[in-house]
Structure formats: structure tokens, C-alpha cells
Design a protein around this ligand. Structure first.
Ligand SMILES: *Cc1c(COP(=O)(O)O)cnc(C)c1O
Length: 415
């Protein structure tokens, strides 16, 4: 029977976002590791150089001069962060790094009492998240062996079932202080049902926060409408801000002006109009900016802006997600045709539970050997202990042809 399905070249030709690839400098080979470090936007050099030029000519006056005044520089990305996360502008801010933001937010949102002190996380949480939560529990004088609940997939399964997550929330009920889960699980690529989990957490009186490291720039999010209490994310993965890039934080509107919340203060959280009068009465900015401690890392934000402007050109997450869904379908089909059951994808099958990352496990072969052979063939992907090869088709810059060539190379190695 003739195959009428479109070829990768036809899919790329029909892709309205295909031209965005030219906005990036991609390392040679096939770059499929934007889940770990996004590619360099070409314009980032200009955005950063602009700040070097302003520094060179304006010196300290750069803090106060023009539309790019450094004292307000973080505000330049607020609207774009709000659009990417489905938040109001008052709910999002660019600041610090991810793990730092998680700590700052848990200072506010983890308020254990003798009766309600437990935090629910996943057993396979990203180590930084696990450490952050564990240390927060100890800081408040509690013991992780009593207060930390680890959610695990059923035996023989790789991913979490929503019914089990909801049951765990209900079981711990009035002992549960905080539910803290990823939007996308970093290892399996599973997308968690953030809205349902938030509703279930609130139903038992718990606070619900998400780590969106692998979700922002990958999924369509509606943090405000889902009623999420808080969230944080890094920007060097799908937001392409570069190594060590500045992170983001979200606090729901109903909390941002709540002055009863405990909070660690710094001068960047106080009233902007009186900040430089150097008063020592903390007058909280009535937005999530009151969680800021320090003046903004302007050079990191400059490269982030270059990338966020490309998201605007793409028309936001809607068109990017539609391309991801097409790429998932194509990728699934090519893997099945070429590799059959020699490769298992442990990412769930349902589209609602997937972003652009695949978590591949090579059956009947040494996964580590296969990964090294991929590296030698200049396929950029990554290995996650114990046995997963992660590859992400990032809709901003990966083509259907990238996926097609990747599957051919993998087939050649595994054969
Ligand atoms: C990438 C990632 C981190 C990294 O934390 P940094 O503070 O940016 O170093 C933490 N948590 C998760 C879930 C991640 O995916």
C-alpha cells in the first residue's frame, strides 16, 4: 500500500514556525537537548552588548536612564512571563535562580503546625527540590521522616497515576501543609494534572506549589485560573536564557498583598518610590516583586529578553504547543516504524500527559553504550541515571527533519 503520510520535508515546509530556527545559533549535529540547556538566540549578543554599551557610556547612570533603566529592568519581562504562565502581571517576577526561589517561596508558603506539617513531593523529585524541601522541614524544627511524604509510581510502572496522587492528598488530608510537585517530571517527561492537583490540595486545606522548570516554554499554562498558590521555574531550559540564567516566580494574586505571610526581605522588595531614600521601614511592593531581594542581574535578563521576543514572534504557547503535538505524533510514528519494541518511551502515551520531551529506554541493549554512540554521531541529547536517554524536540528550533535523522541514527546504533 502506498504511504500517503507526509514526509519530514513536507511537514517542515508546511510548518508556520519553521523560520524561527534561523533565530538561533545551534551547535553542529542535531540539537535535541533544549530540555537541559536551550539554544542561543542570535539576538542575545545584541541585547547583552547593548547593556555593555550603556554601562560603558552611562556608568552608574545606567540604573536610572531611559527605557532600559537597570533599576526597573526586570519589569521588561513581566508581561511575557505572565503570557507564558497564564498569570496576571502582578503575579510573576524574574529574579534569582530556581532553587533560591523555591526556598524563598517555601519560607512564605510552608507554615507547619504540630497538626499540619507534612509536605507531599514525588519520590523521584529532582534532587535540588528534594534537598530544598527536606531542609525547609528541618529549619522549622520538624523531621523529614515524619513530615516528608514521597509519592511513588505503582510497582512495575514508571509514571504517576493521577488517581494515586489525589488519593495520597486525601489520605494525608488535614496533616498536609504543602503539595509540591513538578509541572513536568524531569525524568519521564510526564505532565502532571496541575489544575486537578491544585483543587484536590485546596480541598484538604493544603497549599499547592509547582516547580515548572520543564513546563514553562513547553506547555500552555493557566496558573492564575488553576488557582495555583505559588510556582518557580528556571529559564535556561525551554526559555533559552543561557547557563545560569535568571529564574521566575509566581505567587497567586490572593497572596501577593498578604502582609501576614512570613517573607525574607531585601531592598528590592520595598516601595520603588522611596527605595533610594534608604528608609528602613519595609513598605512591601503590592505585587510578587515584594519577594525580590536584590537588584536585577541585568546581563542575564538581557539574553532572556532576546529569547522571549522569539516566543512573541511565534504567537505565544498556542502555536508552539500545536507544533509539539504534531512533532510528538511524527516522532512516535517514526520510532514505531524503525525501532518497534527495541526502544521503549516511558513518557505517557496520552497527549495531555506529554510535552516535547521523550524519555527513551533501549531494551535488550546497554543504554549507556547507545547514548555514547549517539554523542559520537553528534546527536545532542542527555542521559539520566539509571537508564534513560532524554531527547526533546523543541518547537522553536527543532524541525521534523531533526526527528527523522535522529531516529535513523538511533536505528543504526541499536540494530
Ligand atoms: C533544572 C531543574 C532544577 C535546577 O535548579 P537550579 O536552581 O536552576 O540549579 C531544579 N529543579 C528541577 C525540577 C529542574 O528541572
Amino acid at each position: 500500500m502506498p504511504d500517503h503520510r507526509p514526509t519530514p520535508a513536507q511537514l517542515d515546509a508546511a510548518d508556520p514556525l519553521a523560520a524561527l530556527r534561523d533565530e538561533f545559533e545551534l551547535p553542529d549535529g542535531i540539537y535535541l537537548v533544549g530540555n537541559s540547556l536551550g539554544a542561543l538566540p542570535k539576538a542575545a549578543r545584541d541585547y547583552v552588548n547593548t547593556e555593555f554599551d550603556r554601562w560603558s557610556t552611562l556608568g552608574v547612570e545606567g540604573h536610572f536612564t531611559g527605557d532600559l533603566a537597570w533599576k526597573d529592568y526586570h519589569e521588561l519581562v513581566t508581561g511575557q512571563f505572565a503570557a507564558l504562565t497564564g498569570a496576571l502581571p502582578d503575579e510573576v517576577v524574574a529574579m534569582n535562580s530556581l532553587t533560591v526561589n523555591l526556598h524563598l517561596l517555601m519560607v512564605s508558603f510552608y507554615q507547619p503546625t504540630a497538626a499540619r506539617h507534612k509536605i507531599l513531593i514525588e519520590g523521584h523529585a529532582f534532587p535540588s527540590d528534594h534537598f530544598a524541601v527536606e531542609s525547609q522541614i528541618r529549619q522549622r524544627g520538624f523531621d523529614p521522616s515524619d513530615s516528608l511524604i514521597l509519592l511513588e509510581p505503582r510497582s512495575g510502572e514508571q509514571t504517576l497515576r493521577l488517581e494515586d496522587t489525589l488519593a495520597a492528598i486525601a489520605d494525608h488530608g488535614d496533616e498536609l501543609a504543602l503539595v509540591f510537585l513538578p509541572g513536568v517530571q524531569y525524568y519521564t517527561g510526564q505532565v502532571l494534572a496541575m489544575h486537578e492537583i491544585t483543587t484536590a490540595g485546596h480541598a484538604v486545606g493544603a497549599i499547592v506549589g509547582f516547580d515548572l522548570a520543564h513546563a514553562v516554554g513547553n506547555l500552555e499554562l493557566s496558573l492564575h485560573d488553576w488557582d495555583v498558590d505559588f510556582a518557580a521555574w528556571c529559564t535556561y531550559k525551554y526559555l533559552n536564557s543561557g547557563p545560569g540564567g535568571v529564574a521566575g516566580a509566581f505567587v497567586h494574586q490572593r497572596h501577593v498583598t498578604d502582609q501576614r505571610l512570613p517573607k525574607l526581605h531585601g531592598w528590592w522588595g520595598t516601595n520603588k518610590t522611596s527605595r533610594f531614600e534608604m528608609a528602613t521601614d519595609f513598605d512591601a511592593i503590592p505585587t510578587v516583586e515584594s519577594w525580590q531581594l536584590s537588584n536585577a542581574p541585568v546581563l542575564l535578563m538581557a539574553s532572556l529578553r532576546a529569547s522571549l521576543d522569539i516566543f512573541d514572534k511565534a504567537g505565544g504557547m498556542g502555536p508552539l504547543r500545536r507544533k509539539t503535538e504534531q512533532q510528538i505524533e511524527f516522532f512516535d510514528r517514526r520510532l514505531k516504524e524503525s525501532l518497534g519494541d527495541r526502544v521503549e518511551n516511558i513518557t505517557p502515551k496520552a497527549l495531555a500527559e506529554r510535552g516535547c520531551q521523550f524519555a527513551l529506554r533501549v531494551t535488550n541493549d546497554d543504554g549507556r553504550r547507545v547514548f555514547e554512540a549517539l554523542e559520537n554521531a553528534r546527536v545532542r541529547c542527555d542521559w539520566r541515571h539509571p537508564d534513560v536517554i532524554r531527547v526533546a524536540a523543541v518547537p522553536l528550533y527543532n524541525s521534523f527533519d531533526d526527528i527523522d535523522r535522529f531516529v535513523d541514527i538511533l536505528d543504526g546504533i541499536v540494530r
